[in-house]
Ligand binder design. Structure first.
Ligand code: FMN
Length: 190
């Protein structure tokens, strides 16, 4: 079974990212087409890139980079939970992406975005630019969570059925793309 890595983008205490992750993980497990793993950047606690060599060398000297490399390498597809900070990508996510290189390549990436005025879409645009540089294939359809509309008075997340269907469709596209891109990840014939 292909492996889906769901990646959070925020680390602050009390973040909405935790509720978004719970919601998406539930739907991904329901989908059934993947082995699902969560990469919670708050738990992983990756330091700012502290490797002497460019990540494309894969010559990591630190155990934390090696562990992150193993997690990302094992995945066949990524689903990024993209929060928007100051109209762009969050620092922990950018650092997590920059810390590796080949591990991301020839794999699809989907986005569930969230935020205030643009529901995280401006962050997705920036992440897409980085994802392409790393050889990922970003999927065009994005599930957006405009927080003013999808939270109740107590701050609970209520995304609704339409967005649930959107996540299911995104998961199915990730499955199809991961299968197709699997060809590119096979070692080239001699
Ligand atoms: C540092 C910071 C910057 C933010 N900048 C934006 C922004 O530019 N646009 C926006 O729509 N929301 C912005 N927000 C609101 C966040 O999208 C919202 O708080 C979201 O819950 C952040 O994700 P988190 O709760 O997982 O940290 C910002 C929030 C923070 C903490």
């Amino acid at each position: 079974m292909p492996r889906l890595l769901v990646i959070t983008s925020t680390t602050r205490p009390g973040r909405v990212g935790t509720a978004v992750a719970d919601w998406v993980l539930g739907l991904a497990r329901e989908h059934g087409g993947f082995e699902v793993e969560l990469a919670d950047l708050a738990e992983i606690g990756l330091p700012f890139l502290d490797e002497p060599d460019h990540p494309s060398e894969g010559a990591y000297i630190h155990a934390h980079t090696r562990a992150w490399s193993k997690t990302v390498e094992a995945a066949d597809a990524f689903l990024i939970l993209a929060a928007e900070y100051n109209r762009g990508i969050t620092a922990p996510l950018k650092n997590a992406l920059d810390s590796l290189y080949a591990e991301w390549a020839a794999k699809p990436v989907g986005f569930v975005s969230y935020g205030m005025s643009s529901a995280g879409l401006r962050a997705v645009e920036m992440i897409t630019q980085v994802a392409v540089a790393l050889g990922m294939t970003p999927l065009p359809d994005i599930v957006t969570l405009p927080l003013r509309e999808v939270q109740d008075a107590d701050g609970r997340l209520i995304p609704g059925e339409r967005r649930e269907r959107g996540v299911h469709a995104l998961l199915e596209e990730l499955r199809r793309y991961s299968e197709a891109l699997g060809q590119l990840r096979k070692p080239a014939a001699a």
